[in-house]
Design a protein around this ligand. Structure first.
Ligand code: BES
Ligand code: MN
Length: 455
């Protein structure tokens, strides 16, 4: 039997023990944004470093970054074969709101074909599938290619230290191609590959008015209310056509190619798909584009949170001293987060009234990315998907962000194959996040096929 068939048989034979091991990983609450979980983030790193050692990776190391560490490992004995850098993130999002979970977020529970836990699909499940694919290969003989691992613990907070880490470890990370497992597919029987990601620029905008909260009867009508000012400013950030009004916002946007628009119109993600998943009765967005185009290929501006005044039960007649909004933009190639920050400031300089002061704080910045649809690595990934799913894989643009992909292009000059298996209804970042176990098994098979086929 060829190495690949033996590896596939090994995966089939070990479904039950794999599930128990996967639960171990899911039980660690490695929430990168919460300081009280720092030890858990480190425990996840340790767990993965041990897993890499069991896979006979060498030079396994937990490398400090200034934030949560990077886990590194390598196996470089396949002379003349390409070197693949496997990227994954081992941190997870906070699980709140807790009372909406049917079973606790860090007590992984199987119901039907799914396993429920925070991080199950985003992205411990993908990482685990990749580890098991390597285990299956390793049991059959030497690895068919050279492998490096870069596992980060800060993706869910925007990878603030990763660009510098990559700059400082260019030689260590040198490779022919990156395999990023943090991607999605369009459905359990609809294999697909992502060829674009949006970037992110995230801000806090604060408006300050009177020196303290005031009686709204005594001062209302004479003092400009910062909450009202903030609402006016935010409302003005879109025009009647759903376009963002920040000056210059669209200047660098690479327009969709005609052939992309034709292909996007055929994807199984049309209006009803978004309405059903989101539970809304109508969609909204930039005029002239379909929902899939708006999400994949057009930049957006979102209000992520609002804070001002009295929000408790009952009524308090108050004119608040300040108001704050969390505002983020999803960017498309070639928009630059720094330039967008300047566009936001220019908008506020132009539109904020004399009656208040304002401040913009920059939180998270990450670039978007457009990937090569025609490389031999993409072709190999498509073939692996085709062989596993028995269906023709589709190519699509993803609206979410994975900052490392753009960093790898810019700093290392290497492209990424973005092949993950998160399903549209997996509930990433939501309560009751889950992973579809049959899809995870297909992920393992696909990774085996892909890694064996690179020459
Ligand atoms: N796994 C997601 C990215 C993703 C989204 C992949 C949708 C496939 C489909 C990733 O972990 C994520 O959530 N990224 C953040 C990045 C941000 C904090 C810079 C995002 O998109 O909000
Ligand atoms: Mn995520």
């Amino acid at each position: 039997m060829a190495q690949i068939d033996q590896a596939l048989a090994y995966l089939r034979a070990n479904e039950a023990p794999f599930l128990e091991e996967f639960k171990e990983l899911l039980r660690i609450p490695g929430i990168s944004t919460l300081p009280e979980h720092q030890a858990d983030v480190l425990r996840t790193a340790d767990w993965l470093a041990d897993a890499l050692r069991r896979l006979k990776m060498e030079a396994v190391d937990i490398i400090p970054t200034g934030g949560h560490p990077v886990v590194y490992g390598e196996s470089l004995h396949a002379e003349g074969k390409p070197t693949i850098l496997i990227y994954g993130h081992y941190d997870v999002q906070p699980p709140d709101p807790l009372d909406e979970w049917e079973t606790p977020p860090f007590e992984p529970t199987v119901r039907g074909e799914n396993i429920y836990a925070r991080g199950a699909s985003d992205m411990k499940g993908q990482l685990f599938a990749l580890l098991k694919a390597l285990e299956a290969l390793q049991r059959q003989g030497p690895y068919p290619l050279n492998i490096k691992f870069l596992l980060e613990g800060e993706e869910e907070v925007g990878s603030p230290n990763l660009a510098r880490f990559i700059e400082e470890h260019k030689r260590l990370l040198a490779c022919d191609v990156v395999l990023n497992c943090d991607g999605s597919i369009l459905g359990p029987d609809t294999p697909s590959l992502i060829y674009a990601l949006r970037g992110l620029a995230y801000f806090e905008v604060e408006i300050r008015g009177p020196k303290c909260d005031l009686h709204s009867g005594v001062f209302g009508g004479a003092v400009h209310n910062p909450a009202q000012v903030l609402c006016d400013l935010l409302a003005g950030m879109h025009d009647a056509d759903g376009r963002v009004t920040l000056p210059g916002f669209y200047d660098r946007v690479i327009p969709l190619e005609d052939d992309e628009r034709v292909a996007t119109a055929k994807l199984p993600i049309q209006a009803e798909h978004f309405m059903e998943l989101a539970g809304v009765k109508a969609l909204w967005g930039e005029k002239g584009y379909t929902a899939a185009e708006r999400v994949g290929a057009r930049p957006t501006l979102e209000i992520n949170g609002l804070l001002s005044g009295f929000t408790g039960a009952g009524s308090k007649t108050v004119l608040p001293a300040k108001a704050m909004a969390k505002v983020s933009m999803r960017l498309v190639p070639d928009q630059q987060p720094d330039e967008v920050a300047e566009q936001l400031r220019a908008y506020l300089r132009r539109h904020a009234p004399e009656t208040v002061t304002w401040e913009v704080r920059e939180l998270v910045h990450g670039p978007g990315a457009l990937l090569d649809r025609n490389s031999s690595y993409t072709a190999a990934a498509l073939q692996a998907l085709r062989d596993t799913f028995g269906a023709e894989p589709l190519l699509h643009r993803e609206g979410g962000s994975i900052p490392v992909v753009g960093h790898m292009q810019r700093i290392l000059g290497v492209d990424t194959v973005l092949m993950g298996f998160i399903l549209p209804d997996d509930g990433m970042h939501s309560p009751n996040e889950k992973l579809h176990l049959p899809t995870q098994h297909r992920a393992m098979q696909t990774y085996v096929r892909f890694l064996t086929s690179l020459t």
